[in-house]
Structure formats: C-alpha cells, structure tokens
Design a protein around this ligand. Structure first.
Ligand code: ZN
Length: 500
C-alpha cells in the first residue's frame, strides 16, 4: 500500500466512524427527549446494527492491514497522523483483547443487570441485585487482566477511564483530602445552619427556561452551535465542534437544580465547542477523558458559578425574572444559600464540599471489590460504615445507600474517581489563570470570554490530541491537590466563620 493510499483510507475510516457515532447519538438524543413512549423496539434494532458496524469497522482485517502499512511509514507521518494511528491502534486492540464470546456474554449481563438494578433500587432489595454484582465484579477482574496483565486489576480498570491514573496516585490524593476535610466538615457540623428556604419557593418552568437562556448568554455560549433541551438526567452530547447539545431538568420547587445543571453542562459544552477545527471527524476530536471533562464542568459550576462575583453579576437578572421569589434576599444571602453544606445520602444532590466524600467512599469500596478483599455481599454494611465515618450520617436503607448509582450495574468500576479529580484539577486551573489576570475582576464585569479564552488555549483546543496527563501538565504543570484543599478551606471557613 502506498503512503498516499494508506492516508486516504485512514481519513475515510475516521469519517465513517464519525458518521456512525453521529447516527447513534442522534437516535439516542431523540429517544431521551422527544420520541413517543412506545418506540424503543425499532430504535433498539437500529442502535444494535450501528454498534455492530462500528465494531466491524475498527477491528476488521482491512483495519489491521492499514495499521501495518501506517506503521511501515511511521517516519513519514506528521505528528497528527501519528496520533491518529496510535488512537486507531488502541481502539483496534481494545476490540480484539476480549474474546468475542465473553464480550457478548458481558453485554447481555450488563443489559440484564441494569434492568434488575432499577427494580432492586425501586424495591430497596439488595439481595435481588447481588448475583449480578458478583458476576460483574468477576468479569471486570478478568477484563483487567486482558487490558494489562502487568498491572494490578483495579489499576488496569482505572487506566481505561483516566489514562495515567492509578491507585498510588489516587491514594495520595484521597488521603490528603480526608486528612484535611474531615475536620473541616466536623467544624461546619457544629456551626450555625444557613437559611436557604427562598431557593425552594415556586419557580415556574417557563421562567426557569428564560433563566437558562440568560445563563448560557452570560457564559458566552454560541447558541448558533449549542442548543438546550430537557431530560430526566442532564447531560452534554456533541456531534462535532459546531453542533453541541446540552440538557437540563426543571424542578419548580428548586431553582438551583436546573441553574447549576445548565452551568455544569455549559462547561462541558464549551470544551467541545473549543476543540480545534482541524481535528474534526478524526480520532483527535472530543474531550480527552472524563477527568478533564469534569474539570471543565465543575470549574464552571463551582469555582465560577458558586462564587460571590458571579452571583452578584447575575443577581439583577434573577430578580427581574423572579421578582417575588427573591424579594428581600441579598446577594450575600444568595451566596451563602447556594454554598450551604449539608452531609447527605445522595451523591448527585451533594454540595461542593461533601461531594468528594461520596466519591471517596465509592473508591474505597471498588478498590477492595476488585482486589478481592471485600465480597459483594458485604457492600451494604461497608457502605453504611463509611457514610457514618466520613459524613456522620446513618444510611436508612440500600435504596438511599449502595443501590443509588447506576454505574456498577453498567459495569463501570474505576469511573467514579474522575469526578473528584476533575474538581481538584479545576481548582489548580483557577490558580494558574489568576497568574495571568484577575479572574474575580473578569467575572465581576461579566467578561467570561476571558475565562473561556484561557481554557480554550490551555485545554479545549487540543481535543484528544494530547493525553489527559499532558493536557493537565500543559494547563497547570505538576498536579497538586493542595490547591483544591486550600480553596475549599478558605471558602468554607469564611462562609461558616470558622477560626482555622
Ligand atoms: Zn459532568
């Protein structure tokens, strides 16, 4: 195969992959937004065929030949072509590494496990889910060996979600958080309780929709390339860097639910919108990892969206849209209310400070499940013990305990830590950004484009061209969790008037 031909084939393969992904995403988006209730069957058939085509495309003999040819021309490839080849090779190996029968069996298992988990959660019945959890853990321990037999099984799984991250990295990170944040949380538990009733008045949906539009405008999200929809669970979905969708969920008794979903998903959207044009329709586009993606969403949600400056900037508009609801409420009261700390049972409802404890608990349990020192049947007891230890709360049942998240039923072991890492990465990005300009000044003036420009320059534009650890190094140098701890300490000591 001539070089020119190999490059044409590489381009065609990537475009076909893009087209299959786009079709898959469009069907998914339709299903969760506007599709009528009883339409799942036909869509299921179409989605199955698209997934099969994707697998064929990436693992065929032709692809193997193409990879061999590209390897022969290695020295003639540009850096971008080299990276495209590397990422194709990685996909090819991933498709090949798990024996086909096991893969099919596992796909059927996760499909059943998700349905059973739904029911088990609804009925608060851990026993019902237990046999599935046992099988899922077994499969994942085995898969870890296929991914990388040199690594400890949980390290191999972690690497699938956040390349370059392992238990040593995470133990150091979480130990530090635990050491500093457990005492902080205890102090807050003894401090005066913050009043936030005014956030739970009546907020009509149409008014909240108007507010969403305004928030996207403040974040300088280009609406010609990004639309907002409604789903039960908010998410961001990208077709390419000119077509990104976000969703939110409106709760009329809780104005913050949608507000912070829009800001969070808006952060994800800005990342996808900011990726370089020349990476489009190749392996190099799309956010590089969960951890880096969450660093962008949580940066906006918490470091910007829950800051005094941001709230002061949007406050006049909030009063204009919701005049009665915010009658007599000051910016300072609003700031304190949206930052109220409250140890709670449910991860997705947690405040900024207690959120990382929810992740820490899941990390400890996963780690021990995968190394075999904790048996699946003992998960509820261990879960409840850790919630008592870290958050000081009693878990009344498994529905509000170990059955609350869907991740394990989908076979995702090693996924949770990236949520906490993202928050910590974001805090260090703020420190670096402040070396170049005053972020609080920019936010006070509503100049969010300055923030976006920095993020685009350091992070967004690279897409998947750089590895997660390279993106991080490019943005902040050496990762240092102390910045995150300092940020939380300073913020909450001030809000709760604690003497440090
Ligand atoms: Zn997110």
């Amino acid at each position: 195969m001539k070089l020119e031909k190999a490059l044409t084939k590489l381009k065609e393969l990537q475009e076909k992959r893009y087209a299959l992904n786009a079709a898959y995403s469009a069907l998914y988006l339709d299903a969760v937004t506007v599709a009528p209730e009883d339409t799942a069957e036909g869509r299921g058939i179409a989605l199955g065929i698209l997934a099969g085509e994707q697998q064929k495309l990436l693992s065929s003999k032709k692809t193997k030949k193409l990879l061999e040819a590209l390897e022969d021309y290695r020295n003639d490839l540009t850096l971008e072509q080299k990276k495209q080849t590397e990422l194709l090779s990685r996909e090819y190996k991933r498709m090949k590494v798990i024996p086909a029968e096991e893969y099919m069996e596992y796909a059927a298992l996760t499909n059943d496990a998700e349905a059973v988990w739904h029911k088990a959660k609804e009925e608060d019945n851990f026993e019902m889910f237990l046999p599935y959890l046992e099988k899922l853990v077994d499969f994942n321990r085995r898969f870890a060996g296929y991914y990388d037999p040199q690594k400890a099984p949980y390290d191999a799984l972690l690497n699938e979600y956040e390349r370059g991250v392992d238990m040593q990295y995470l133990d150091a990170f979480f130990d530090k958080l635990k050491e500093k944040l457990v005492p902080l949380l205890q102090q807050i538990a003894n401090a005066e309780v913050i009043e936030n009733d005014f956030l739970h008045g009546y907020f009509p949906k149409e008014k909240q929709m108007e507010f969403s539009d305004y928030l996207m405008e403040v974040m300088k999200i280009d609406r010609k390339h990004c639309q907002i929809g409604e789903t039960e669970h908010p998410f961001t979905l990208e077709f390419n860097n000119k077509d990104v969708r976000i969703t939110t969920n409106y709760q009329e008794r809780d104005v913050c639910a949608s507000m912070y979903s829009v800001i969070h998903e808006g952060g994800h959207a800005l990342y996808e919108l900011g990726i370089d044009d020349r990476y489009q329709y190749t392996f190099l586009t799309g956010g590089v990892s969960m951890g880096i993606h969450e660093s962008q969403s949580r940066f906006y949600e918490n470091l910007i969206g829950r800051s005094r400056e941001f709230l002061a900037f949007i406050y006049p508009k909030m009063c204009e849209i919701f005049p009665e609801q915010f009658d007599g409420v000051t910016v300072e009261q609003l700031y304190r209310a949206v930052n109220k700390v409250m140890p709670s049972l449910i991860r997705i409802d947690a405040d900024e400070l207690t959120y990382c404890f929810h992740i820490m608990i899941r990390y400890e349990i996963e780690k021990r499940l995968i190394d075999g020192s904790l048996q699946p049947r003992d998960v509820p007891e261990e879960w409840n013990r850790l919630y008592r230890d870290y958050l000081g709360i009693e878990v009344p049942n498994d529905q509000k305990g170990c059955l609350q998240d869907s991740h394990w039923s989908g076979g995702l072991f090693g996924y949770f830590p990236s949520y906490a890492l993202g928050s910590a990465y974001g805090a260090q990005m703020l420190v670096e950004m402040n070396k170049e300009f005053s972020v609080s000044d920019a936010v006070t003036k509503g100049e969010l484009d300055r923030v976006n420009d920095w993020l685009k320059e350091k992070i967004h534009r690279y897409g998947s061209y750089l590895e997660p650890q390279e993106v991080l190094a490019n943005a902040v140098g050496v990762f240092e969790p102390d910045h995150y701890i300092d940020y939380l300490y300073k913020k909450y000591s001030e809000i709760y008037s604690l003497n440090r």
